[in-house]
Design a protein around this ligand. Structure first.
Ligand code: FAD
Length: 380
């Protein structure tokens, strides 16, 4: 595989530590969690204790203030281990950055140390039954009160929904009916209700839920930034979210490839190994070529993010390409497993099912194309 010169020896040490933790504390239990439909809260605290959560949060707010490559290592190791159950990526890379970048000092003091330690779990609640790709259709509404805000609305497909202690919620707020705002909402507040855990085709250990906000009384400072800042903050956050998805999907495709090389090297048919068949060699050569292209793309995106120059269009192009690449790699690798590939005891069946959502969540492939096209024709 391509060299990855940005990693230093300390990142490799961290990787060894994280890999050991996942092998001991996550992998042996993952199947049971899949049957339960969620992971135990204690695994978050255990991950927090080894510094795997919210790696980049500043020390001022109780974080390790590590460079972004530590976050990359944590994301990759979970993906290499076929362990999508604990929603660490959503917590650390998709929700916490909103609190770090846009919350009031009081909110940061309140939440960040606990998000870092895993004592509190975070979720982001944008999608609604009637509004996913088109966030302008959001119906959740925050109306002003004498002390702050009253929030009402219904959200769906919320990752970590059953476990979350804090939600970042998108809602229309104030007088302008089109202005979107983001709120930090304590899950313990009266009126925050968890609906059912949704039954999915993959990622069974990760809970995905409905959440209801029924006249939840929020303080003035629970808004991120000011009224109407929501869309701008989401656009800022989505580039990192899409890079996170790229990092995970590339690592999953690499893991699927390694598993498949081993499987076809051991399995026999017609007096030879499956690996000796020219079709197998060509299929895996194509997957490998995709992995090389994907690795060079993802590492370049990581460098751009670290340099502060990862733009929306490039992040969207990366998400589109890497998630589609994972889909075709998982399909090709499953086919080479024959009937065993369809059995859940083989990781490849789960990689295949788990991969499907990556072309949908975090913005569908069609929306990625829209964003890229807007970069080509900015006036449209
Ligand atoms: C497992 C899972 C976890 C998720 N986790 C979260 C979470 O934690 N928080 C959260 O807020 N959301 C979450 N989501 C929601 C996810 O982001 C949305 O499902 C996604 O954005 C698509 O929205 P939608 O499902 O409403 O589809 P729709 O927007 O209804 O889209 C339906 C189809 O129409 C296409 N389409 C829509 N608009 C256009 C267009 N302009 N041009 C071309 N085609 C278009 C779409 O690409 C898609 O193919 C999750 C979803 C899943 C499945």
């Amino acid at each position: 595989m391509l060299p990855r010169p940005f990693f230093e020896p300390e990142h490799d040490e961290f990787r060894t530590q994280v890999r050991r933790f996942i092998a001991q504390r996550i992998v042996p239990f993952h199947l049971a969690w899949e049957r339960q439909g969620c992971v135990p809260r204690e695994i978050w605290q255990a991950a927090g204790a080894i510094g795997m959560l919210c790696c980049t949060v500043p020390q001022q707010w109780g974080g390790p203030e590590a460079d972004y490559l530590y976050a990359v290592v944590a994301l990759e190791e979970m993906a290499y281990a076929h362990a999508p159950g604990p929603g660490f990526a959503v917590h650390s890379e998709m929700v916490t950055p909103y609190v770090v970048n846009f919350a009031s000092p009081e909110q940061k003091r309140r939440w960040l140390p606990r998000l870092v330690s895993g004592d509190a779990i975070a979720a982001v609640a944008m999608t609604e039954p009637g509004a996913g790709s088109d966030l302008r259709g959001i119906q959740a509404r925050a109306t002003r009160t004498s002390t702050g805000w009253r929030l009402s609305g219904q959200k769906v497909f919320i990752s970590n929904g059953q476990l979350a202690d804090v939600f970042v919620v998108a809602a229309k707020a104030g007088n302008d009916p089109s202005a979107l705002s983001l709120f930090v909402v304590d899950a313990a507040l009266p009126g925050v209700k968890r609906g059912k855990r949704l039954d999915k085709m993959g990622q069974h250990a990760q809970d995905t839920s409905e959440i209801f906000f029924e006249e939840v009384q929020l303080a003035e400072g629970d808004i991120l930034g000011s009224e109407g800042d929501g869309m701008q903050f989401l656009m800022h956050g989505l580039a990192r979210e899409r890079l996170t998805i790229c990092i995970i999907c590339q690592a999953r495709a690499e893991a699927a490839f390694s598993d498949t090389v081993k499987y076809v090297s051991d399995r026999h048919a017609f007096g030879q190994t499956i690996a000796q068949l020219q079709n197998t060699r060509f299929v895996l050569a194509s997957v490998k070529a995709d992995l090389v292209a994907g690795r060079s793309l993802v590492d370049r995106l990581i460098e751009m993010y670290r340099a502060g120059v990862l733009d929306q269009t490039t992040a969207a192009a990366g998400k589109l390409w890497v998630t589609e690449m994972l889909g075709r790699s998982a399909d090709a690798c499953l086919q080479l497993h024959g009937g065993w590939g369809y059995m859940t005891e083989y990781n490849i069946s789960r990689v295949y099912a788990d991969a499907r959502v990556e072309r949908i969540a975090g913005g569908t492939s069609e929306i990625m194309k829209e964003i890229i096209a807007r970069g080509i024709w900015p006036q449209t």
